[in-house]
Ligand binder design. Structure first.
Ligand code: FAD
Length: 398
């Protein structure tokens, strides 16, 4: 089988790209390894930046987030020096987030794509992209019935995440792969409980970081800094809630609203960037291009932005024969990616006293120096209007 553009993966990147290409009259197909139900129920991101909302609005994809998403513009830091709130929606350039669960966005995108006649194959796993630097690239797949198949294409868009086929297909030496480990591990939780505060909550505590992020009226995301290598199920629900209460300082600021834990996942705060985001006619977008630690909620927003840039570039090449957009795609996206990586790294150091090197004081204790830097950083954010404006602009920016 064939298509002018074969898109791998039906996450935010692949679906925005599919919608935009199909709307531009380009022959494309989306190949997705999982089932429709799986992609429509996978809970991940939830904070959409103003630029993401503008992109979705521009292409008629924002009805759902306007009808059931909520504007959000406050975060609350809880530290040993008390708590402080930043109304970031009223600081910096005045940008807000829209809280809209990623699975709802994916459902909207998919519904729209199918309604306009877009082609998608579920249960179809891309195995490898071949001849990306030749004249006839193709993707080998494992079809729903298990038999192998081949999709020929003029261009292939790798939107299949960090462990997808696109990255795997890059020949050694074709690109550079920059990786960084922030040295921290989080336990991500999804609780069947209403939000406990009307703000993103960041708790900095000697026992470790804890975070609170609203999702819907009935479901809330929590994060706990976690011992690397410890399985997600090694603590009881009771112990997890007690620990969240302790780190969020429930004694001082009120208890958390508890509920059953729907999901637990352990992930190391690692990040990476592939450079350039192109090998011949294979282009990478979203998590396949760059993985960000979730501390600053940038991943899904970058995925949507890159998909729009790539759609314009592919449309230029296929409709007008103008390949300038394809030639500049990587550099344009990398500028946004490194900016987002930088702020994510800064956020990680705001929330954790970490380092790649081991710092020791006279008494052999590890982290006094870094903890002092972190406290100073937080105090600056608490008191300096310029620092707050800088934070606000970067927090909602992509
Ligand atoms: P994905 O959404 O991962 O989609 C890739 C698709 O490719 C999947 O459907 C997968 O099944 C499919 N696939 C994989 N391999 C193959 C293959 N070989 N063949 C065919 N299909 C394949 N980001 C934010 O902006 N804000 C947040 O608040 C936020 N919170 C997060 C919280 C958590 C716990 C996590 C894990 C992530 C969070 N992120 C957040 C990051 C965000 O979810 C990702 O950056 C985003 O999903 C990337 O979109 P994508 O389309 O590139 O990839």
């Amino acid at each position: 089988e064939s298509a002018d553009v074969v898109v791998l993966g039906a996450g935010p990147a692949g679906l925005v790209l599919g919608v935009l290409l199909h709307t531009a009259g380009i022959d494309c197909v989306v190949l997705e390894r999982a089932s429709r139900t799986h992609v429509q129920t996978r809970a991940r991101a939830g904070f959409l930046a103003p630029n993401t909302v503008r992109i979705l609005e521009r292409h008629g994809l924002a009805d759902g987030l306007h009808s059931s998403g909520r504007r959000h513009g406050t975060c609350e830091f809880r530290t040993e020096d008390g708590r402080f709130r930043l109304d970031y929606g009223a600081l910096g350039n005045g940008g807000h987030h829209h809280v809209y669960p990623q699975q709802n966005l994916v459902t909207d995108l998919l519904t729209h794509y199918l309604a306009i006649g877009g082609r998608i194959r579920f249960h179809t796993e891309a195995v490898v992209v071949r001849d990306a630097d030749g004249t006839q690239p193709y993707v080998t797949t494992r079809e729903p019935d298990g038999r192998p198949a081949r999709w020929t294409a003029r261009y292939v868009a790798g939107c299949d995440g960090r462990h997808g086929a696109a990255r795997r297909s890059l020949p050694p030496g074709a690109v550079r792969h920059h990786q960084h480990d922030h040295g921290v591990t989080w336990l991500g939780l999804l609780a069947e409980a209403p939000p406990s505060l009307d703000a993103v909550g960041y708790a900095i505590h000697a026992r470790g970081f804890a975070g609170h992020m609203a999702r819907t009226q009935d479901v809330t995301r929590y994060y706990l800094q976690w011992q690397r290598g410890t399985p997600a199920d090694s603590w009881s629900e009771q112990r997890i809630w007690d620990e969240l209460d302790a780190r969020m300082r429930a004694e001082d600021h009120g208890p958390l609203r508890r509920g059953g834990l729907l999901e637990r996942a352990v992930f190391d705060l690692t990040c990476d960037v592939v450079e350039p985001l192109r090998h011949g006619s294979l282009f990478l977008a979203g998590d396949a291009a760059s993985l960000l630690a979730p501390a600053a909620a940038k991943g899904a927003n970058l995925a949507v932005l890159e998909a729009e840039i790539l759609a314009e570039a592919l449309t230029g090449a296929l409709v007008r024969g103008d390949t300038t957009g394809l030639d500049t795609y990587s550099d344009r996206c990398l500028a946004h990616i490194w900016r987002a990586q930088e702020f994510t790294g800064w956020m990680t150091r705001l929330l954790h006293a970490t380092s790649d090197t081991s710092d020791r004081d006279d008494h052999g204790a590890g982290s006094f120096f870094l903890a002092a830097l972190q406290r100073s950083r937080l105090n600056s954010l608490r008191t300096s209007r310029i620092h707050q404006d800088w934070f606000a602009e970067n927090y909602v920016g992509v």
